[in-house]
Design a protein around this ligand. Structure first.
Ligand SMILES: *Cc1c(COP(=O)(O)O)cnc(C)c1O
Length: 483
């Protein structure tokens, strides 16, 4: 074998993977230009564009030859960054809006370039420390004391799975107990909780759907009765899943009362605060979320309430040892990575081993801006929802749901001629065709209902006013056309 010749040729080709400083500058330059034009176009742009069906631009094979950055960015713009919902827009008032705060992107860029491995302390003591510090900060926010811990996940769904698996192991639910064991939640629990129960092998538990009050909150006295009845029948009630900010209406289950029931009857209380959790940062939210610390495990999503781009959720557990027990592993090839003095590394508390360094995209904006800006933005969202609720209540023909606990407002138009569901479907379609702002719908008590969810850091009064004016005008026109 001619080693020299072999490597000369392979190395020459493989070095294409390492652009030099000048080529890197050109790439970054193109990317930054693209990002700047994208951001500058946001205020006048659309929030929703219907998909044309397919994009020929993306039909090209992944092949052997190289393509230039400019051409690729053009494909990105037309085939990816145009159709569908624009989550970077302040006009995004549907589902639960995500964010996309700018320094998080810088954090991702630096985390990706330096590629520190944050999973174990041994590999990157600084990255592991940063993530542990962020989790400790969140645990403090929700009112947990020492001994709590958690994990930065890719989002709320995985965080819920992690919390539920922790509960399962802490409550010693084994395969043979499942038939006999009861879980309590409302119909308004997020569907990722059903997914988690299924993935965690708990779908065959007796899943008790607890009725709600008029404001879509868990009825705590019925919860207590249901647990008591199950206990007296010899079943094993073990888990309550409550919501602190449901996705549908933003309703907060009565945390203090549910917490007292969980303690008295010895059940694990898991609270899904993926949407609502970070409202503890502002005064209005803190009042609404009283009792969050009663939970044994809590989920909150920085990619919702801290305005991060998609990809960061968090699970917090009051007793971190239980989180570790549910995710413990052993592998001989990891023997160098154990560090007893450090305490838990992120990978000890997670399903993941290799993972992105999520801490940096969170730490950088928090430190760069300071908390004041976040508190004000969250408070602004709550007041915008209250404003929107009040305005809609005063608009002829519109009917609103309950006063917002957080930042979701539900409403519908009741046309003179009846057939309200069909009418509101058409009204929603008109908002989507216009595209300037985006809202979504749900079914509440059997009625097709429209909802406005205000959580984007770029949503201010102007966006809400645009929506209100559009609804008023369009509903009036549609209703006149009906008559
Ligand atoms: C968004 C949301 C989830 C799911 O979180 P992802 O980050 O989308 O996986 C779970 N629960 C609630 C209440 C949510 O709003």
């Amino acid at each position: 074998m001619d080693w020299k010749q072999k490597f000369e040729s392979l190395e020459r080709i493989s070095r294409q993977l390492e652009p030099d400083a000048q080529a890197r500058a050109a790439l970054s330059h193109h990317a930054l230009d693209y990002a700047e034009s994208f951001l500058e176009a946001l205020p006048d742009g659309l929030t929703y564009v219907e998909d044309a069906g397919r994009s020929e631009l993306l039909d090209g094979q992944i092949g052997e030859s190289a393509t230039g950055m400019e051409e690729l960015l053009q494909i990105l713009e037309t085939a990816v960054d145009t159709p569908g919902i624009n989550p970077a827009s302040g006009g995004h008032l549907g589902y639960i809006p995500g964010g996309g705060i700018y320094p998080a992107a810088i954090g991702d860029y630096l985390a990706d370039v330096c590629n520190r491995y944050s999973g174990v302390h041994f590999a990157s003591p600084g990255a592991a420390r940063m993530e542990n510090q962020l989790v400790a900060w969140m645990a403090g926010l929700v009112g947990y004391s020492d001994g709590a811990g958690g994990d930065l996940t890719s989002g709320g769904s995985i965080a819920n799975l992690s919390g539920i698996v922790t509960a399962r192991d802490a409550m010693a639910i084994r395969a043979g107990d499942i038939d006999n064991s009861c879980i309590y939640m409302t119909r308004q629990a997020h569907h990722c909780v059903d997914k988690s129960l299924r993935v965690a092998g708990l779908e065959e538990c007796k899943i008790r759907i607890v009725p709600m009050d008029q404001r879509h909150r868990m009825d705590d006295s019925l919860l207590d009765e249901m647990i008591s009845a199950d206990q007296s029948h010899g079943f094993n009630p073990w888990l309550i899943v409550a919501s602190a900010g449901t996705t549908d209406t933003g309703a907060i289950d009565p945390m203090l009362k549910i917490g007292a029931i969980a303690r008295a009857r010895n059940l694990w209380l898991h609270v899904d605060a993926a949407y609502g959790g970070f409202f503890v940062l502002c005064e209005e939210g803190r009042d609404a979320l009283k009792g969050l610390e009663q939970a044994d495990s809590i989920v909150m999503d920085p990619h919702k309430g801290l305005f991060l781009p998609y990809g960061t959720g968090a699970v917090l557990v009051k007793d971190v040892d239980l989180l570790a027990r549910a995710h413990s592993y052993q592998a001989d090839y990891m023997q160098d990575a154990k560090d007893r003095d450090f305490g838990y590394s992120p990978a000890d508390l997670s399903v993941e081993l290799s993972r992105p360094f999520r801490g940096l995209r969170l730490w950088l904006p928090l430190k760069l801006f300071g908390l004041e800006a976040f508190r004000a933005a969250l408070s602004e969202k709550i007041w915008l929802a209250r404003y929107c609720h009040e305005q809609l209540s005063n608009m002829a023909g519109f009917e609103t749901g309950h006063f917002p606990d957080l930042s979701v407002v539900t409403f519908r138009y009741v046309p003179a001629g009846g057939a309200a569901d069909e009418f509101n479907r058409r009204l929603l379609k008109a908002v989507h065709n216009d595209g300037k702002v985006f809202i979504s719908s749900t079914m509440l008590n059997g009625d097709f209902t429209l909802r406005v969810a205000i959580l984007h850091f770029r949503t201010h009064k102007a966006e809400v006013d645009y929506l209100l004016a559009f609804l008023k005008k369009t509903a009036g026109e549609l209703d006149a056309g009906n008559a």
